[in-house]
Each structure stands twice: as structure tokens, then as C-alpha cells.
Design a protein around this ligand. Sequence first.
Ligand code: 5GP
Length: 224
Amino acid sequence: MIKQNSRGTLIVISAPSGCGKGSVISGLLKNDSEHRWLSVSTTSRSIRSNDIPGETYNFVTKEEFEKKIDEGYFLEYTNYVGNYYGTPKEFISEKLKNGIDVILEIEIEGAKAIKKLVPEALFIFIMPPSLKVMVERLKNRGTDSKEKILERFHTAYKEINEVTKYNYVVVNDVLEDAIDKVEAIIKSEKCRVDRIEEVYLDTKEEEIHELLMDKEFINEDVKI
Ligand code: 5GP
């Protein structure tokens, strides 16, 4: 009856530091690794103990990053808390064309840049359940200096005020619930009428007529 666009969805997920966004994204990838792909960003920030180069990020120097900017390597990039972060252009269009959903885990300035380039992308914001929980998560990571934690907190606080620029917001209180909600959002997105390319009759009119005129179906009392 309908032919729908089978392109993948570009899913932009932002969340202030300390929202547990990484765990939400891992859950999404685990649920459907075949049809989802997480873009690996490039960054000039230093490697943390829990980072896996090439998996969490591609780590480069500031100079290397700037060279890549000049070469037009990035779809978008930003300077966040003193370091560069950027989304490489490569693979994204190809994955989307092949029906794979592409997840970009980026901060708000990057999300705004993507909104201009791809207005139909899906923008999801992950919220912490409270500022208190957010501060605790930031402190417990034990990877940043006190100054960095404060700077990240201030940036995160500003980001929360921009939540209305997104299509959906999910509070990450209980991780499993948050993942379920994001799953529901992605599923709903696939049912948007904008994805319909064609509406067609899948049965010949005569066949429908015959079905409707079927003696066993038509009750004596019913006149059509
Ligand atoms: P972190 O240093 O904690 O790994 O990341 C800091 C922030 O940079 C996070 O909000 C993360 O979403 C964002 N980020 C990571 N990669 C990119 C990217 O490619 N582009 C943009 N704009 N932000 C990114």
C-alpha cells in the first residue's frame, strides 16, 4: 500500500557531560548493531584512561586537527572546553544510503551546524535527572582536574538551557528506561509520513469488488 523511504536516519544525540550518554548509546548499538553505526569523532583532547583510540575517538594533535579543517575533512567541528572535536564526513552519506542509522554523539554547537546541513535529522537531548547527580557523575569520573570539572559543569549548565532546540528530550534516571525511550523515538521516526514516497493500490479494483460482493460475506439484511 505504501512505499517508504528506506534511507537511514541521521541521529544526533547531545547531552551535557555527566549525563551517562555513553551508556545510552552503547545500549542502542547493542540492540541493533546491524542497522546502526556510531560515527567516531576526531579530537585534539588528551587520551583518558578509559579511551580506546580509534574507537572512542581518533586522537590527533591541535596542528593535525587544523590541517584536517583546511582539507575540508569535517562535516562539522567545534572547540569545546579548550579542545577541538569534529565529525569526519567520510562514510556518513554511504551508510545512510544503505539504510543504516548514523549516530552522531556531539555537543550543541555541532548539533546546530548539523541542523543547518541536514534539517530532517533527528535531534535527541539526554538530560541528567538533577544537577546534583550531574555534578556527582562528573566528579566520580576521576579523569579531569578540578578546573576542568568546573568548566565542564558550567558548559553543561548552559547546554541544558538549549534543550528546546532539539526534537526530543530523555531524562537519564534509570538507564534501561532511557534506552527504551530513545528506541521508541527512533521507531516513531521511521513511521513519519514524510518518509512515504508513494501510496498505491496493491489489489485490482475488480478483485476488491468481487470480495465485497461475495455471497457468503453479504448478509441478507445488509444492502449495499
Ligand atoms: P568528552 O571530552 O567528554 O569526550 O567530550 C566532550 C564533548 O564533546 C561532549 O559533549 C561530546 O558530545 C562532544 N563531542 C564529541 N565528538 C564531537 C564532534 O565530533 N563534534 C562536536 N561538535 N562535539 C563532539
